[in-house]
Design a protein around this ligand. Structure first.
Ligand SMILES: [Zn+2]
Length: 184
């Protein structure tokens, strides 16, 4: 059991959070290896704060809503790891890998929008760069390699956003998936 050691602050008021409880989360690595994380769920200490939801501190090797290692997902998306690798044989299965690629491809616009909104402040991207029409996600994939998926996931999640789950993408952008021929 790995206990995440994060010390986050409230997104609404910036004040300290206290640990409300802990939740178990599975972390799957290549080859079907599983690790269990005990993730603290935090609550704002100020009872008058507008934000009274529970915050889960996400370890940086996990993506929100994904149980597989972010490094492994990234390798699959980049084509570094394929279903031919014996290490990943059956774990994850080919359909899962296909879904990860569709998940990132379908989120590019969403991620670009989020990155633009805080890229200048947090990532020290220049104004010229932010006004450029090229994809920031694409740029990050070349700048932070390996590690872009962890970075993007962490950044979005800790600012109250997330990489939209594939199932949700398919209902909001069905045309994209029809064009790209992704199913399942
Ligand atoms: Zn607060």
């Amino acid at each position: 059991m790995i206990i995440s050691e994060e010390n986050p602050v409230c997104r609404a008021c910036g004040g300290p959070l206290y640990t409300y409880d802990h939740k178990k989360r599975v972390h799957k690595k290549a080859g079907g290896i599983k690790e269990w994380y005990l993730i603290p769920r935090m609550r704002c200490a100020d009872e008058n704060c507008e934000c009274q939801t529970l915050h889960s501190a996400l370890p940086d090797n996990l993506c929100a809503n994904k149980h597989y290692d972010a490094g492994l997902i990234e390798d699959v998306v980049e084509g570094v790891v394929t279903s031919d690798d014996s290490e990943t044989e059956n774990y994850p299965c080919e359909d899962t890998m296909k879904n990860w690629k569709a998940w990132i491809a379908g989120n590019t616009t969403n991620i670009d929008g989020q990155l633009r909104s805080f890229g200048h402040r947090l990532l020290e991207f220049s104004v010229e760069f932010l006004n450029d029409s090229r994809s920031l996600l694409q740029e990050l994939r070349t700048r932070i390699s390996p590690g872009w998926l962890k970075a993007v996931s962490w950044l979005l999640y800790n600012h109250g956003h997330r990489i939209t789950p594939l199932g949700r993408l398919k209902t909001t952008h069905p045309l994209f998936f029809a064009v790209n021929g992704e199913t399942g």
